[in-house]
Design a protein around this ligand. Sequence first.
Ligand code: GLU
Length: 387
Amino acid sequence: MPFTQRVSQVTPSITLEITAKAKALRSQGIDVCSFTAGEPDFATPAHIVAAAKLALDQGKTKYGPAAGEPALRQAIAEKLQRDNQLPYEVPNVMVTNGGKHSLFNLMLAMIEAGDEVIIPAPYWLSYPEMVKLAEGQPVIVPTTAATNYKITPEQLRQTLTPRTKLFILNSPSNPTGTVYTPSEIRALAEVVIEAGIWVVSDEIYEKILYDGAEHLSIGAVSSEAFARTIISNGFAKSYSMTGWRVGYLAGPRDLIEACSTIQGHSTSNVCTFAQYGAIAALTDSQDCVQEMVRAFAERRQVMVAGINQTPRLSCATPMGAFYVFVDVSQTGLNSLAFTQALLEQQQVAVIPGAAFGDDHCIRLSYATDLSTIQQGLERIHHFVESL
Ligand code: GLU
């Protein structure tokens, strides 16, 4: 069947593909150590599950407003004011089917054919594909370990053209775990304001920070920066709610109205009772988040030490999220060859950096238990020694 140009230029999600492959091997009884999708291994906290169950019992099983349950929109607006110093009100906020869907709505509402979207690499693999689906032009700006995988204000400025519409900022970053400091965020905000472009800040990992790293939302820098900012966020990573598919988008009212219209004709409302779980996530105690972050911090130490003790592999210590981005170039293999051979020979599943725009590296998620991490590291060690 002939497909549209739009679809034929888009590649499938490698993270989801390799994760499914690792799960399929496991179900065949093969003992796979999986460091694939960024999916916390914890159960969703009990009070969140209880709130969704209660909503089911109360019959909250019907269609709701496309932009989300009013109580959840309110809780999100309050969270953005309280945690991020972003003065959003309910009409500035909508609930989406996860962070990915927030960004997808945004691209459809904002990007015209040929509009350029600046994406620092390494990037989360869905960004360029979403831009292409909206018929925009992803403009990839490579960054390296030497600058902690951060785009500099000079790089951003040099990449601007009259077609530049949007800049995608993701801190803490997937796949590198890098976190922009507040002063770096302020410097990038200056360029955004000067250029009169938009910035979408993907803040899905904002709560997962280590060693005192600080998250500053670019919209909180100044009222001028706020006016050019759109926020994408969700519940999956901080509250271990990956399968719930609840996220949100915040920005200017007209944009949120446009995105709600798109959503009204595509997915309708997000699962109603899931939204009640999300309300509990935001309004109840945040201790569960801190407990999970403590566990990630411990796993991070083990992961980083194990990688750096392996000859020919190296990684920086991530300051946020739950990924390590490991340079495998000294092994002589590119990321795809490394990933494939590692899975075949040692049954360790990782994501090739090529998917994120850097073929020298692989990504490992440490949102998994310590014993899998320890066993996986041993296998990786054997694999590299055998090369
Ligand atoms: N965002 C997660 C990851 O990068 C989930 C997988 C996906 O949606 O691509 O692993």
